[in-house]
Design a protein around this ligand. Structure first.
Ligand code: G4P
Length: 526
C-alpha cells in the first residue's frame, strides 16, 4: 500500500470521560469490533480506584497496566485505528492533557444519569482549545437517567459545544427499547443481556411508516416521531466541515456494557473522523504527506522495570515513514539516534515494529535521552508546538531529607519532571524548589519513586498559591518592576520561563490591573 493510502486510513483518537462514565467498557467494545480482543474483560481498567490511592503496590501495578493500554491499535473496515488511553483519575490529568496533544479527534463519554462531570469539563476544555473534532457518546441508557433534551442542554452549556444528535433513544432504563439512528435512518432494537452480539437493526427511512409501531408500540413510536421532529427543528444538520473544524459535535446514545449503539458510533466515526492532520512547529507547518520523517514525544512512561530505570518514550508520527534501525535526528540534543526495538501496541500486546506511518504511535525504549515535547526528524530542525503545561493546582516546597544523596535527588527530580509527573519551579528570590501537581496523590508517588528508583529521600512543605501563571511581557521595564515588586512570588519553570504564583483570584486581578503590559497565561504556550 502507498504511504499516502496508509495515512488516509489512519484514525488516531482518545476517549475522554470522568471516571466511571464507561471509557474502559467502551474501549473494550471497540476492540471487540476490531477483532483485537476476543472477549469482554480483556482490557483491564487502568483507573486507579479511589480506595487504592495510598496503596503504592497498586499504583505500580496500575502503572504497568497503563503502559500496555497506552495505545491500542486495531483494524476496522480497512481503517487503522489507534486509541490513545487517557487516564480519567484527576490526579493524572496532566498525563491526559499531554495525550490529547497527540490525538486527531476525541470521543467524549457522558453518563446518562450523571451528566457532565468535572473531569469531562476540564478535558473538553483542552480539546476545544486545540479545536479537536469531538463526538459525544451518552452511555448507560439501560439505566434510568436524565431526559435526553435536558442532557443535551447541559452538555451544550457546560462544555460549550454545539451538538448535533445523530441517534436518539427510545425510552430509558426499564423502558429502554433501542435507539433510532438518525445518521443512517435505521432503528436498533435493544435486547437485554445481549452483551457480545450485534443487536437487531432495521432500516426505517420513513418514520411515519407503521413499521415503527410494529417494532416499538404506538406510544413510543409517536414520542419518537415528535422528538425527531423537535431535533430537526432545534439542532443543526450534520456538517462534516463544521465537525472537522471542531465546531459541531455529533451525539450518539447507547450502552457500552450491553454493546448497544457502539457499532453505530464506530461506523460513523470511521466515516467522518479525520485522518492525521498537519501539525504546527515553531519553524513551519508540517504536513503528514511529506516524505521527511518527523514526530514528537508526547509522553514518557517510566519504570517499566524499576531495576533498570527503563522508560518508554511515546512518539506520535507527524510525517513520513518511521523505520526500525534507521538514524533519526534528536533535535534538542542535536544528535543522531537509532532504535533497534521500537514498539507498537496491539490491544494489550506489545510488538517490535519495522515501519510506522503518520498517525501511529511508536514506543521508543529510552534510558533518559528524551523529554516530553522533544522532536525527532530525518534531519530537519523542527520543534513542535502544542504541548503546553497547565497551571498546577497544588504546590509544595521539596526538601532534601538525606544530605548525602543530593545528587540522586536532583537527578530523580529532573527525570520525573522530564516524564511530566509534575512541574518544577525554582523561586527567583532564594532558589528553593517548588513542585506543582494537579493532584495530591502525585506527591506520594514522587516521594515513593525518588526513594525506590533513585535512592533519594525528600520531604515537603506547603507553599500557598492559587495558581501559577506564565508571564509574557510587552515592556521590559514593567517586567523588571514586577519582578522586583513580586520577587517572593516569582519563579522559573524547567525551561527558564518566568512564572508568577498568584495567592488568590483577587491578587491576580490586582496584578493584571497594575501591570497592564504583562500578560498572565494559565498555560506555558501562548
Ligand atoms: P471508566 O473507564 O470511565 O472509569 O468506566 P468503566 O468502563 O470502568 O465503567 C464504570 C462502571 O460502569 C463499571 O461498573 C461498568 O461495568 C459500568 N458501565 C459501563 N457502561 C455501562 C452501561 O452501558 N450500562 C451500565 N449499567 N453500566 C455500565 P463497575 O461496577 O464499577 O465495574 P465492574 O465491576 O463492572 O468492572
Amino acid at each position: 500500500m502507498k504511504i499516502s493510502d496508509e495515512i488516509l486510513r489512519r484514525r488516531t483518537f482518545g476517549i475522554v470521560s470522568h471516571p466511571d462514565a464507561g471509557k474502559t467498557t467502551l474501549t473494550e467494545k471497540l476492540l471487540l469490533f476490531g477483532g483485537a480482543i476476543q472477549e469482554a474483560g480483556a482490557v483491564k481498567s487502568n483507573k486507579i480506584k479511589k480506595a487504592a490511592t495510598s496503596d503504592f503496590m497498586e499504583i505500580e501495578k496500575q502503572r504497568g497496566i497503563s503502559v500496555a493500554t497506552s495505545v491500542m491499535a486495531f483494524e476496522y473496515l480497512n481503517r487503522h485505528i489507534n486509541i490513545l488511553d487517557t487516564p480519567g483519575h484527576q490526579d493524572f490529568a496532566e498525563d491526559t492533557f499531554r495525550t490529547l496533544t497527540a490525538v486527531d479527534s476525541a470521543i467524549v463519554v457522558v453518563d446518562v444519569a450523571k451528566g457532565v462531570e468535572t473531569q469531562t469539563e476540564k478535558l473538553v476544555k483542552v480539546c476545544r482549545m486545540r479545536k479537536t473534532p469531538i463526538m459525544v457518546f451518552i452511555n448507560k441508557l439501560d439505566r434510568e437517567g436524565r431526559d435526553g433534551f435536558d442532557l443535551l442542554d447541559e452538555i451544550e452549556s457546560k462544555l460549550a459545544l454545539k451538538l448535533c444528535p445523530l441517534s436518539w433513544p427510545i425510552g430509558m432504563g426499564s423502558e429502554f427499547q433501542g435507539v433510532y439512528n438518525i445518521w443512517n435512518s435505521s432503528l436498533l432494537i435493544y435486547q437485554e443481556g445481549n452483551k457480545q452480539k450485534i443487536n437487531k437493526s432495521f432500516s426505517i427511512n420513513d418514520l411515519s411508516s407503521s413499521d415503527l409501531e410494529n417494532q416499538v408500540g404506538e406510544n413510543a413510536a409517536n414520542s419518537l416521531r415528535n422528538e425527531i421532529e423537535l431535533i430537526r427543528g432545534v439542532y443543526p444538520r450534520f456538517d462534516k466541515k463544521e465537525y472537522l473544524e471542531g465546531n459541531l459535535c455529533p451525539v450518539f446514545f447507547g450502552s457500552a456494557l450491553n454493546n448497544f449503539g457502539v457499532k453505530e458510533l464506530l461506523d460513523c466515526f470511521v466515516e467522518i473522523a479525520p485522518s492525521p492532520q498537519p501539525k504546527i512547529s515553531i519553524e513551519r507547518l508540517v504536513n503528514p504527506h511529506e516524505n521527511i520523517f518527523s514526530g514528537f514525544v508526547f509522553k514518557i512512561h517510566a519504570n517499566i522495570d524499576p531495576k533498570h530505570r527503563s522508560r518508554i518514550a511515546f512518539v506520535k508520527i507527524v510525517s513520513g515513514e518511521f523505520q526500525r534501525n534507521k538514524n533519526y535526528f534528536h533535535v534538542r540534543e542535536k544528535r543522531q539516534l537509532k532504535f533497534s526495538s521500537p514498539l507498537t501496541f496491539l490491544a494489550s500486546k506489545r510488538a517490535i515494529v519495522e515501519t510506522a506511518f503518520p498517525g501511529d504511535i511508536v514506543g521508543l525504549p529510552d534510558t533518559g535521552n528524551f523529554r516530553r515535547g522533544d522532536s525527532l526528524t530525518s534531519g530537519e530542525e523542527l520543534n513542535f508546538k502544542g504541548i503546553p503545561s497547565f497551571s498546577p493546582e497544588y504546590f509544595r516546597f521539596i526538601n532534601n531529607a538525606d544530605p548525602l544523596k543530593s545528587k540522586q535527588l536532583n537527578k530523580g527530580i529532573d527525570q520525573l519532571m522530564d516524564e511530566g509527573v509534575a512541574q518544577l519551579f525554582t523561586l527567583k528570590s532564594n532558589g528553593r524548589k517548588i513542585i506543582g501537581t494537579v493532584g495530591a496523590l502525585q506527591y506520594e508517588v514522587i516521594q515513593y519513586r525518588l526513594e525506590h528508583e533513585y535512592g533519594a529521600k525528600c520531604s515537603y512543605e506547603n507553599y500557598s498559591a492559587h495558581k501559577a501563571l506564565w508571564i509574557e511581557s510587552k515592556s521590559e521595564k514593567q517586567l523588571e518592576e514586577f519582578l522586583k515588586f513580586k520577587s517572593r512570588y516569582t519563579a522559573e519553570d524547567k525551561f527558564g520561563r518566568i512564572v508568577f504564583f498568584a495567592d488568590s483570584p483577587f491578587g491576580l486581578q490586582m496584578s493584571v490591573e497594575k501591570f497592564d503590559k504583562l500578560i498572565f497565561h494559565e498555560k506555558s504556550e501562548y
